[in-house]
Design a protein around this ligand. Sequence first.
Ligand SMILES: O=C(O)C(=O)C[C@H](O)[C@H](O)COP(=O)(O)O
Length: 215
Amino acid sequence: MSFPHWQLAPADLFKLSPVVPVMVIERLEDAVPMAEALLAAGIPILEVTLRTPVALAAIERLREKLPRAVVGAGTVTTPEELAKVKAAGAQFAISPGITTNLLQAGARGDVPLIPGVATISELMTAKELGYTHLKFFPAEAAGGCAMLKSIAGPFPDITFCPTGGIHQGNYHDYLALPNVHCVGGSWILPKPAIDAKNWQAVEEAATTAVAKAKK
Ligand SMILES: O=C(O)C(=O)C[C@H](O)[C@H](O)COP(=O)(O)O
């Protein structure tokens, strides 16, 4: 485990589901039904992005109402945001990129941080500070599967959750790589279904994504 004082080991987080839904919650009242649809599809891990004004309240609500979910925050970019998501009850945090301040804050705290990297140098910076489980973002734009295959040579000990540009047509290719344990994405949550509050359609899309994942 990267940091023994963290509440959860990243290796265990990466095992919860082959697909990690990136939740962009515009209306607070959508948080619970959206999460329930994901849980019903067999996805217990939820990444709530900090991109909307209700994100922190949504994390709080999900933690209160759905104790069987593992709720984390995405788009965490500063130590201050890390502190805020911890206060809201986030069980893990994911960043799209790294700063030394954020990595140091993550290492000091007890909320597991999955830092985002797109280059070898960023990977080496994160690794130097003890991080072994990383988000690869933006996956498709930053080199996709070919990049991850190349990284596996010099860094076989680093494990990734690629995210960004992943969809039903390419997620199998990522999951087939030995250094990929799960993939993240918003494709699991079709926006038209969310806008229409069609939670049945959300559950079906998520169920299909899980069923078709090979590992
Ligand atoms: O806000 C953030 O920091 C993020 O979490 C970035 C997301 O991981 C990607 O935007 C998801 O990418 P798509 O699946 O292509 O929509």
